[in-house]
Design a protein around this ligand. Structure first.
Ligand SMILES: Nc1ncnc2c1ncn2[C@@H]1O[C@H](COP(=O)(O)OP(=O)(O)OP(=O)(O)O)[C@@H](O)[C@H]1O
Ligand SMILES: [Mg+2]
Length: 422
């Protein structure tokens, strides 16, 4: 049995149920603010799922190398190893505001310290990832296929709008995400993501602070769900908002499962700005040729679960066609996963956002400019890091293809944008 906590308070109990399923019951008289998810309000009846965990409980379960590592370490003790076991192991340290413990346990996070500067300086050469995964795997309640861990930086300061404030000494949660890459499969993935995030930033999208290690072995990203007082805000990905488990992250369309779904949960006052940002991100993914923009790579954040939500900052944007030349989109647009042209994207923008046609054209121009500016930065980095040259060159070729098809066609003003190669 697992005890579920929201915002540090007990919310209910999660148990195995039926042959392969689970059931979650709120504590009697739990207030609505204790709801675990915007999709699961407090109610007397239990929330049952006939196969595995309900999408919200499934949301942060590690995938890929991290999951395999946890399975190897813990499967012996339990005999078997399923989602329920995995949640028990990583439950205390999770992305977002919900935590999981044993039925009789109290809640404490206690993530070990790790200097982020040391990771960035590439000082622990050789097996940095092995070292970090040994130390942090069981504190890493975070999804995703790429190898990564959650760490607590020794020197974290929270950047308020005007002030720098240090977290209180009693704070024990994770502050950063450290992402690595598999050299044989995805060479230079950290640098690839770094430059894609730079483009997103230049498009005016909100991106949490992110840094590339000097040896490009790791990308370190600040947690955007950590508040200045050391508590965490709510976060839910679009798998949850579409009532899907992680293994269905590639099913759905950008029109319905992303843009329309966002409207169901978004804050009314901020909707037009946020949906425009969400649309910009969809177009940007086409221009960058990111074939992995699936349901888990978009999210919402909120302070109070009963109130409406904002679009989450941008994360996990990569030029995937560098590694898989034939990669296409992760979700459909106009019923196909083929890369769309600018006309098709423009139509989607006009129907799914509240922006005018000329405003949408301006968004395309902004993306083209951001690509062009980041190209210069990427070229400079390539001259200083020979090992990135091959991947870097291919990224630029892909961006040019993406720009020509998805930003330019039917949008003649963009012809004037300088050639990205120079
Ligand atoms: N800065 C952040 N702060 C808080 N949570 C984050 C942040 N960045 C990512 N996340 C969460 O962590 C998850 C995994 O991160 P990310 O998508 O970058 O990993 P990935 O392994 O590249 O994913 P994929 O399997 O899609 O390739 C995201 O789906 C999101 O839930
Ligand atoms: Mg991801």
């Amino acid at each position: 049995m697992i005890k579920v906590w929201t915002d540090g308070a007990e919310a209910g109990l999660l148990v195995r149920h039926g042959e392969r399923g689970s059931a979650f019951t709120y504590l009697p008289r739990a207030p609505q603010e204790r709801a675990v998810s915007v999709t699961m309000p407090v109610r007397v009846a239990s929330w049952d799922w006939s196969f595995g965990l309900a999408p919200f409980f499934d949301m942060n379960l590690p995938e890929g190398a991290l999951r395999e590592r946890l399975r190897l370490s813990f499967a012996k003790a339990t005999g078997t190893f399923d989602e329920f076991d995995l949640l028990t192991i990583v439950g205390r340290s999770q992305v977002g505001r919900v935590r999981y413990t044993g039925e009789d346990d109290q809640l404490y996070e206690d993530v070990p310290f790790q200097s982020v500067d040391e990771i960035l300086a590439g000082r622990r050469d050789g097996d940095l990832f092995r070292f970090l995964i040994d130390k942090f795997a069981q504190f890493s309640g975070i999804s995703g296929v790429q190898p990564k861990v959650l760490v607590r930086d020794e020197n974290t300061s929270i950047n308020l709008s005007h002030d720098i404030q240090r977290l209180s000494p009693s704070f024990r949660g994770a502050t950063h995400i450290v992402k690595f890459w598999e050299p044989n499969e995805f060479p230079q993935l950290a640098a690839n993501e770094f430059f894609c995030l730079r483009v997103a930033q230049r498009c005016g999208l909100q991106v949490p602070p992110f840094r590339l290690a000097e040896d490009a072995q790791a990308l370190v990203i600040d947690r955007f769900d950590l508040r200045s007082d050391g508590t965490y805000c709510g976060f839910e990905d679009f798998c949850v908002l579409n009532a899907r488990q992680t293994d269905q992250k590639y099913s759905g369309s950008y029109e319905t499962s992303i843009l329309k779904r966002f409207a169901d949960f978004a804050t009314a006052e901020e909707f037009s700005g946020d949906v425009e940002k969400l649309f910009t991100l969809v177009v940007l993914n086409c221009a960058l040729r990111n074939g992995d923009a699936h349901l888990k790579n978009f999210g919402i954040v909120y302070d109070k679960v009963q109130e409406q939500a904002r679009l989450a900052p941008v994360y996990d944007v990569v030029t995937t066609t560098v590694y898989m030349a034939k990669d296409s989109m992760a979700l459909t647009l106009n019923g196909t996963t083929r890369w769309p042209d600018a006309k098709a994207l423009q139509r989607v923008g006009e129907t799914r956002t509240q922006s005018t046609p000329s405003r949408i054209k301006a968004l395309f121009e902004q993306i083209a400019e951001a690509l062009s500016d980041t190209t210069k930065e990427l070229r400079k980095y390539m001259t200083e890091h020979a090992e990135f040259k091959d991947v870097g060159e291919r990224m630029l070729q892909e961006w040019e293809k993406g720009r020509d098809l998805s930003l330019k066609a039917g949008n003649p003003t963009l012809v004037a944008v300088p050639d990205l190669k120079h």
